[in-house]
Design a binder for this molecule. Structure first.
Ligand code: N01
Length: 536
């Protein structure tokens, strides 16, 4: 059947951009719908002060086109949001993608049409379109989690969430502000945004302390930049064969190969080096062996005690759960910020919030007068945005029904789910997505999906559907990977524990086997004629 488009893609973040490029290269008629006014996805929406990518720019760049890589020059070891936004615009213009992206348009529904093996897609302006392939590139972290605090509606000051930060400048000078949440976003707001230096007072409401190691941001000199560009092939080889999809992020060494003194030297060197070194390149058993984990955890706690001058504040900042079982945070001067006279810490487990009033927050122990509340409370991750669209597959079944509201999420290769033929998810559930260098992950699974779509078109195959047994096997394997680690021992958004009203997923939501293994799985699958899919 003739459709309006061969493929409709939801979202113009990096996944959507790459998908558009790859499908268009194969001569397909593609349209991307983006709710924002520009490309960039997560980097478009999260514009809070201090935001920078904590994957190093050397690998947080597309590598599929050497000229595209070499013609862009990053200024720093970690790119600030604005620079990534410019990079996304650069990619868009270089690949001439803009003409196939419609901005300020949300996809409201996508319904599979069984009689024609096509999708009917609805937009928020009421338009209905047909497409052969429906592709979600809507991001795993794109629906903000805003906790309902008692009395919140009475607050008369300014209220922001890191993930929906306004485009206009926010003034902080002299104000009394609360930051609620100390994940990657909260940490960057607290110590990287320059806010602490401007505000009258900053009160950090911390529910769970975090392990935070220095990022070690720095400007790049010309020689470093030239070296990177000259050695792209070797870099890509290393990324392909690594676990995280970035250089310097793995090691074969166990923590038990070293004496306590040697371990401290290794941890200290990684602390000074920054980036992902502490979590990923010190020892290979930190997140699989509790004793090894304790070595790293103790080291960070000792650092907190050394850095933070007030012993009571230091105690409150010390995590007592397993290191690395929440996403390790890399940020400069985080613990140091709590030495400032105008920064206070409230440990919510000891001093819970009782109510928000017109001019502040009352806890069990006191009242904090405030002009502004910043929520850095994260996301309804992985499935949140997918569930917000009305996606219906075979028999009119919704994605929520299929996945039991999140309790039984299964996606073959992290890309497709049974009952939803011709629908493909970029960086979907049970792909490496957030557990790897996101851009390299995109090159792998978006690239693979584009190949599958190309194969279907070339062979006149109308319908590709993931098989139920294949997706179960994949989801079960992902769950076994998680059970082999310590990750399930801690509540986190990784384990789907951060949204109280959502069920805990039976199968872990992210593939933990690493980039190399995932790439090999995808290659083997393709070599086996796209195993686990019924093509008809
Ligand atoms: O969100 P989070 P995030 N009352 O869920 C707390 C990526 N990212 O936006 O730990 C009080 O990690 C919650 O407490 P607890 C990255 O993948 C990347 O910071 O649940 N507090 C936690 O402290 C990251 O992992 C970059 O007890 C409440 C915080 O809010 C992911 O995005 C930068 C609460 C939420 O932390 C999410 O990070 C930023 C409540 N009711 C983000 N509810 C890069 O640099 C939640 N909290 C690439």
């Amino acid at each position: 059947m003739k459709t309006d488009f061969d493929a409709i893609v939801v979202g113009a973040g990096f996944s959507g951009l790459y998908m558009l490029h790859r499908l268009r290269e194969q001569g397909l008629n593609v349209r991307v719908f983006e709710r924002g006014t520009a490309v960039g996805g997560t980097w478009y929406w999260n514009r809070y002060p201090g935001l920078q990518c904590d994957t190093e720019t050397i690998s947080y760049s597309f590598t599929f086109d050497a000229d595209l890589y070499r013609d862009w020059t990053w200024s720093r070891r970690f790119a600030p949001r604005e620079e990534i936004q410019r990079y996304a615009e650069y990619v868009t213009d270089r690949l001439d993608l803009r003409r196939d992206i419609q901005f300020q348009t949300s996809v409201t529904f996508a319904h599979f049409q069984e009689d024609t093996n096509t999708w009917k897609v609805g937009l928020d302006d009421g338009t209905e379109l047909t497409t052969r392939f429906f592709v979600t590139a809507s991001g795993p972290l794109s629906t903000a989690n805003v906790p309902q605090l008692p009395g919140m509606e009475n607050f008369e000051g300014e209220v922001y969430h890191t993930a929906t930060w306004p485009r206009e400048d926010v003034q902080f000078t002299g104000k009394r502000i609360a930051v609620i949440g100390t994940g990657s976003s909260g940490a960057q707001v607290i110590c990287n945004g320059g806010i602490a230096e401007q505000v009258g007072r900053m009160v950090v409401f911390q529910r769970t302390p975090q392990y935070i190691t220095p990022a070690k941001q720095m400007l790049l000199d010309e020689e470093t930049v030239r070296e990177r560009k000259d050695n792209l092939e070797a870099l890509v080889e290393e990324m392909k064969n690594s676990s995280f999809g970035a250089p310097g992020t793995s090691t074969d060494r166990s923590a038990f190969e070293h004496t306590p003194k040697q371990r401290d030297e290794v941890f200290q060197a990684a602390w000074e080096y920054g980036a992902q070194a502490f979590a990923l390149a010190t020892y290979n058993d930190l997140t699989s062996n509790e004793e090894a984990n304790g070595f790293a955890a103790d080291f960070v706690r000792r650092k907190i005690a050394e850095i933070v001058s007030d012993p009571e504040t230091a105690r409150k900042l010390m995590p007592n759960y397993l290191f690395g079982t929440k996403r390790p945070i890399k940020a400069d001067n985080y613990y140091e910020t709590f030495n400032r006279d105008n920064v206070d810490l409230v440990a919510l487990k000891e001093e819970p919030i009782q109510e928000v009033t017109a001019n502040g927050i009352r806890t069990s122990d006191g009242f904090y007068e405030l002009d502004m509340i910043i929520f850095a409370t994260g996301f309804d991750a992985v499935t949140g945005t997918l569930f917000n669209m009305d996606i219906r597959g075979v028999g009119g079944q919704t994605l929520q029904e299929k996945w039991l509201d999140g309790a039984e999420v299964m996606a073959h290769l992290g890309i497709a789910t049974h009952g939803f033929p011709n629908m493909f998810m970029c960086q979907g559930p049970q792909s490496p997505s957030v557990m790897a260098n996101f851009l390299f992950g995109i090159e792998l699974n978006v690239g693979w999906t584009a190949k599958l779509i190309g194969y279907l078109v070339a062979h006149g195959i109308e319908r590709a559907e993931a098989n139920a047994d294949a997706e179960f096997e994949w989801a079960d394997m992902v769950q076994q990977q998680a059970e082999a680690t310590l990750l399930l021992k801690t509540e986190s958004w990784w384990s789907g524990a951060n949204i109280a009203e959502k069920p805990r997923p039976k199968f872990f939501l992210t593939y933990l086997g690493g980039v190399k293994k995932y790439r090999e799985e995808l290659d083997a699958n393709e070599a086996n004629g796209f195993k686990g899919f019924t093509l008809s």
